[in-house]
Design a binder for this molecule. Structure first.
Ligand SMILES: *[C@@H]1O[C@H](CO)[C@@H](O)[C@H](O)[C@H]1NC(C)=O
Ligand SMILES: *[C@@H]1O[C@H](CO)[C@@H](O)[C@H](O)[C@H]1NC(C)=O
Ligand SMILES: *[C@@H]1O[C@H](CO)[C@@H](O)[C@H](O)[C@H]1NC(C)=O
Ligand SMILES: *[C@@H]1O[C@H](CO)[C@@H](O)[C@H](O)[C@H]1NC(C)=O
Ligand SMILES: *[C@@H]1O[C@H](CO)[C@@H](O)[C@H](O)[C@H]1NC(C)=O
Ligand SMILES: *[C@@H]1O[C@H](CO)[C@@H](O)[C@H](O)[C@H]1NC(C)=O
Length: 466
C-alpha cells in the first residue's frame, strides 16, 4: 500500500516536469540538467524555455570551453557546480544573472565577472583557489564589491588565510560562508570583516580546523544567524568574549563542534536568541544545573539531535517550571534515550512540537508529559515502543498529532483505554500495527470498538467492569 503511494507521488512529480533541451527536464521556470554526463551546455529550443529563470547544470563534465551563448538570456540563477571549469568566461553582458554557483570546479583564481552587473550571490567553494591576492585579485573584488551580497568560499587544501581583498571590499556583504580550510587556517585576523562588519547578517564557518571561535566575531553587532559547524573546537574553544558583541543574534548553531557540555556562552548572548542548535556533539549528559543558564531565556527552538543523550535532560523543566518557558520546538531525535520518566517534560507551557525519533525508547512513564497545553505534535517514529504510551492522555490538546511510524506497536484489545481518550480528543495517530497489516488509526477506529472488553473499559482507570 505504502509503495503504491510512493509510486503515485513519483509519477505525479515527474508528470509536472516536461522534457526540454534534449536531455533536461523543465518545471516551473527551472531547467534541470543535473548529472547528465554533459560536456557542454545543452541546446534549448527558445519556445521550451521562454521566461525560464533558473538553470541547473551541476554534476556534469562541462569544461572551460563551454558554449555560454546557449544559456538563455532570462536566466537569473545558474548552477554550474561540480563540473570541470578551470576558467570562466561569459559571452556578453548578462543583465539577468544574479546568482552563480561555480563550487566544485577547478578554478585557480576568482574569475573576472564584469559581464555580470547584477550578480549578488557567488559560490566558489571547493575550487583550488589559493587564498592569496593571486587567487583573490584586488581588481576583481573591487568590481564585485558594489553589488555582491553573498559570497561562499573555502577549500580543504588551498584556503590557508582569510583573503585580504575580501576584508577591504564588499561593503554590501550580508552573507558570508567559509566552508573548508587547510589546517594552517587557525584564526581570523581582527580586521577580517572590516568592510562589512555592520551589514553582515548571516555567517557560516564550516569544516575548518579553527581551535576557537574567532574573537573578531564580536564586532558583528548586526549578525542574526551564526552557523559555526564542523569545527572541532571543544568546550574550551567557545570563548565568551567572541560572543559578547553579538547583540542581534537570533540563531546560533554549534553543530558538530566536539562539545561535551552545554555551552555556558548562552548566558552571554542577547535575549534575542530564539534558536539554538547543538546537534552532533557528544553531550553525554547535561548537568542538572546546566540549564540554569538558560532560565528565563527566550529560546524557542532547541535542537539536540545526535548528542548521545541517554535521558531527557532533567533540568529541562523542574517542578517550579521556570526553565525554557518560551520553548516551542524541542528535537531530541537520534539520541540514546531508553525511557521517559515521571516528571520528564513537565510544564513547558509553550512547547508545540517534540521529537524522540530514532531513540531506543521503550518505556514512557504514565506520569510524564503533564501540563503541556500547547503540544500539537509528538514524534515517536523509529523508536522501540511496543505500546502507545498512556502518558499521551496527560496532554489535553485537541487534535494532537502522534507519529508512531516504524515502531513495533502491537495492536491488541488493551488499546481500548487509550482509544477512549483518542476519540474524545480527536488525536491523529500515524503508523502501522506490528501484528496485523492495518494502520494504527484504522485499528483504533474499527477494530478496538468491537473488542469484547470495549464497552466495559473505563478511562482513566482502564479497568474492565463487567
Ligand atoms: C557537488 O559535489 C559535492 C561533493 O560530492 C556534493 O556534496 C554536492 O551536493 C554536489 N552539488 C550538487 C548541486 O549536487
Ligand atoms: C550593480 O547593479 C546595478 C543594478 O543591477 C548595475 O546598474 C551596476 O552596473 C552594478 N554595478 C557593478 C559595478 O557591476
Ligand atoms: C563533523 O566534523 C568533522 C570535522 O570536524 C567531519 O569530518 C565530520 O564529517 C562531521 N560530521 C558530520 C556528521 O557532519
Ligand atoms: C559571560 O557571562 C558570565 C555569566 O553571566 C559573566 O560572568 C561573564 O563576565 C560574561 N562574559 C563576557 C565576556 O561578557
Ligand atoms: C529561574 O529564574 C527565576 C526568576 O528569575 C527564579 O525565581 C528561579 O529560581 C530560577 N530557577 C533556577 C533553577 O535558577
Ligand atoms: C479514524 O478516525 C479519525 C476520526 O474520525 C479519522 O480522521 C481517520 O482518518 C480515521 N482513520 C482511518 C484509517 O480511517
Amino acid at each position: 500500500m505504502l509503495s503504491f503511494f510512493v509510486f503515485l507521488g513519483l509519477y505525479l512529480s515527474t508528470a509536472l516536469a516536461s522534457p526540454c533541451c534534449s536531455v533536461c527536464d523543465c518545471e516551473s521556470n527551472v531547467i534541470k540538467c543535473e548529472s547528465k554526463a554533459l560536456d557542454d551546455i545543452p541546446l534549448c529550443a527558445p519556445a521550451d524555455v521562454n521566461g525560464y529563470t533558473e538553470m541547473r547544470l551541476a554534476n556534469n563534465m562541462i569544461p572551460s570551453s563551454l558554449t555560454f551563448s546557449r544559456i538563455p538570456d532570462t536566466i537569473k540563477v545558474l548552477d554550474l557546480s561540480n563540473n570541470t571549469l578551470s576558467t570562466f568566461n561569459v559571452d556578453k553582458v548578462r543583465y539577468s544573472l544574479e546568482t552563480l554557483d561555480l563550487s566544485g570546479n577547478e578554478l585557480r583564481r576568482v574569475p573576472t565577472l564584469d559581464k555580470l552587473p547584477s550578480l549578488h550571490d557567488l559560490d566558489i567553494t571547493s575550487n583550488p583557489i589559493p587564498s592569496t591576492s593571486a587567487g583573490f585579485p584586488d581588481a576583481i573584488f573591487r568590481q564585485l564589491g558594489t553589488n555582491l551580497t553573498a559570497l561562499h568560499i573555502g577549500h580543504p587544501q588551498t584556503f590557508m588565510t582569510f583573503p585580504h581583498t575580501i576584508s577591504t571590499h564588499l561593503p554590501k556583504l550580508e552573507t558570508l560562508e567559509i566552508n573548508g580550510a587547510h589546517p594552517a587556517f587557525s584564526n581570523l585576523p581582527p580586521t577580517a570583516f572590516r568592510a562589512f562588519e555592520l551589514v553582515l547578517h548571516y555567517l557560516y564557518i564550516r569544516n575548518t580546523h579553527l581551535y576557537a571561535v574567532p574573537l573578531t566575531l564580536r564586532r558583528l553587532r548586526n549578525l542574526r544567524e551564526l552557523y559555526f559547524e564542523g569545527n572541532p573546537i571543544h568546550d574550551y574553544g567557545l570563548l565568551p568574549e567572541a560572543f559578547s558583541g553579538l547583540n542581534s543574534l537570533e540563531l546560533l548553531s554549534l553543530k558538530n563542534d566536539s562539545l561535551t557540555t552545554f555551552p555556558a556562552i548562552v548566558n552571554n548572548l542577547s535575549d534575542k536568541l530564539k534558536t539554538l542548535i547543538l546537534d552532533d556533539n557528544t553531550l553525554l549528559f547535561i548537568r542538572e544545573n546546566a540549564l540554569n543558564m538558560v532560565n528565563r531565556s527566550n529560546i524557542e527552538k532547541l535542537s539536540l539531535r545526535g548528542c548521545q543523550l541517554d535521558r531527557i535532560p532533567g533540568a529541562m523543566a523542574d517542578d517550579s517550571g521556570t526553565y525554557l518557558q518560551g520553548l516551542k520546538v524541542l528535537d531530541l531525535s537520534n539520541n540514546k534515550i531508553q525511557s521517559i520518566d515521571r516528571n520528564d517534560l513537565h510544564d513547558l507551557q509553550s512547547l508545540q512540537s517534540v521529537s524522540f525519533s530514532q531513540n531506543p525508547l521503550a518505556y514512557v512513564s504514565t506520569l510524564a508529559f503533564k501540563n503541556l497545553e500547547r503540544l500539537a505534535f509528538i514524534d515517536f517514529s523509529s523508536t522501540s515502543l511496543k505500546v502507545i504510551p498512556m502518558a499521551l492522555t496527560n496532554i489535553n490538546r485537541h487534535g494532537l498529532d502522534i507519529d508512531l511510524r516504524n515502531t513495533d506497536v502491537e495492536c491488541v484489545c488493551e488499546l481500548a483505554c487509550f482509544e477512549k481518550y483518542y476519540r474524545l480528543h480527536g488525536f491523529k495517530v500515524h503508523g502501522d500495527c506490528e501484528t496485523v497489516s492495518v494502520s494504527l488509526s484504522s485499528y483504533l477506529n474499527t477494530t478496538v470498538p468491537v473488542c469484547p472488553n470495549y464497552l466495559g473499559t473505563q478511562f482513566p482507570t482502564c479497568k474492565t467492569v463487567n
